[in-house]
Design a protein around this ligand. Structure first.
Ligand code: CTP
Length: 425
């Protein structure tokens, strides 16, 4: 995931380097990340919650037992809603707490309850850093999957010289960027069981959101897809007991809970991610994949000319992900579900897609701005769909996208068990 769409939870420990965490917030925000901050009571001795709130543009959380906070956003949600957690400064005390699994304030509780990757930027006196207890804790945290940046060598606030200075904000940003390239949601811990459901034991692969097709380093072709329907399907499949992989184009909604989410930009990246996630029992292709992309991506920004001539871009066709998965001779998912986004002749075009893309089921929706769904389907929270299969057409009423997702997942579970399901196109 690029930094400009990342949601960062910053945990500020109580050390002199806390002032640098304010600069870290600025650096993250100027790169487009959104930042929420949690401050320990000790950190509030070094920087004020008001400065932190002003710089993050968000309320600062510091109290485990705050009724107001809990009513607005539960503390578990606070950590799970983030794409990455950064502890900066990570004090010896905070590292010891996390290594031991202590949870006696908001920061340590969040760190124990989270399923999100953690990046720690230690900062302490060099003797504290070199103390065997701290080194034991750091080794344990690394084994537990916590990433570290720094500490750097330098002159301590106390006058000594050696390792213990918090890494510079830009180094922390660089480390965050690196971590965000891979999925940052940790797998379900062993022993944490999903409630059994109709899809228990099955693997479901879902695509969602738009794709972005670059024109030059600053421009791209996109569409109005919000990812709401695809993400809701991935969540509903996980809640039905499935092991779910979601391949998402650029969206501004959070990764669904309990789902392994792979973030991609272009149609070609999406195809590669889908292929890497196979095998699957069910493939649901909800993404609004761009049909075409600029044939050439300009290496530098396309500039206006003095003569006012308008550039034209040659386009080339993108791979059809759904068709290529559904036509696979080897490793075709047992059930392949496509979507059909139409702005007219919905049923005719959708029936054509069912055959052409070798799907078992097409979910057709009218995405024209004149559709009878208030606020429109693309970007809105409701949908009106028709289910098209070789058995005919079934029309559902206008429903919330979450409800469409639950019903569709229930239907997929039934179809998967059906003896008539064909194994290959
Ligand atoms: N799809 C895909 N890869 C593409 C284009 C579409 O996987 N390059 C999938 C979509 O995820 C959806 C289905 O194909 O499940 C139909 O997408 P839609 O945009 O409705 O149809 P297109 O194939 O793009 O055809 P058209 O734009 O002509 O309607």
């Amino acid at each position: 995931m690029p930094l400009n769409r990342a949601r960062i939870l910053l945990i500020v420990g109580g050390g002199i380097a806390a002032y640098k965490s304010l600069d870290l917030v600025r650096r993250l925000r100027e790169r487009g990340a959104s930042v929420r901050a949690v401050m320990t009571s000790a950190s509030a001795q070094f920087v004020t919650p008001l400065s932190m709130a002003s710089l993050t543009g968000n309320q600062v959380h510091d109290d485990l037992f705050s009724l107001t906070d809990e009513a607005q956003m539960g503390h578990i949600e606070l950590s799970r809603d983030a794409d990455l957690i950064i502890i900066a400064p990570a004090t010896a005390d905070l590292l010891a707490k996390v290594a031991q699994g202590l949870a006696n304030d908001l920061a340590s509780t969040l760190l124990l309850a989270t399923d999100t990757k953690v990046l720690a930027a230690p900062s302490m006196n060099l003797r504290m850093w070199l103390h065997p207890a701290t080194q034991r804790n750091v080794a344990q945290l690394k084994t537990d999957g916590v990433a570290f940046v720094g500490p750097d060598d330098g002159e301590m606030a106390c006058g000594e010289y050696g390792p213990g200075r918090m890494a510079e904000p830009l180094a922390i940003v660089a480390a965050a960027l690196e971590l965000l390239k891979a999925p940052t949601k940790l797998p379900l811990p062993a022993g944490l069981k999903r409630a059994p459901g109709p899809l228990t034991g099955h693997r479901v692969l879902v695509t969602s959101g738009p794709t972005h097709e670059p024109i030059d380093p600053v421009r791209y072709i996109a569409n109005r897809s919000s990812g709401k329907q695809g993400h809701a399907i991935a969540l509903a499949a996980a809640q039905a007991g499935a092991e779910v992989v979601l391949v998402s184009g650029p969206v501004s909604i959070p990764d669904p809970e309990g789902v392994q989410t792979l973030h991609v930009e272009t149609a070609r990246d999406m195809l590669a991610a889908v292929e890497s996630a196979l095998p699957a029992d069910i493939f649901i292709s909800t993404a609004a994949v761009a049909d075409w992309r600029p044939a050439e991506v300009a290496a530098s920004k396309v500039k206006k000319t003095a003569t006012g001539s308008v550039p034209s871009f040659a386009m080339t066709e993108n791979p059809d992900i759904l068709a290529s998965i559904a036509h696979r001779q080897v490793g075709r998912p047992k059930l392949v579900v496509g979507f059909a986004a139409e702005t007219g002749n919905v049923l005719t075009y959708a029936q054509d897609k069912l055959a052409r893309k070798a799907c078992d089921l097409i979910v057709a929706n009218d995405v024209s701005l004149e559709s009878d769904v208030a606020g429109g389907v693309m970007g809105g929270s409701q949908n009106k769909v028709h289910l098209i299969s070789s058995d005919g057409v079934e029309t559902w009423p206008i429903l919330d996208k979450d409800e469409v997702a639950r019903r569709l997942v229930a239907r997929c579970a039934e179809l998967l068990m059906s003896p008539n399901l064909k194994a290959a196109p």
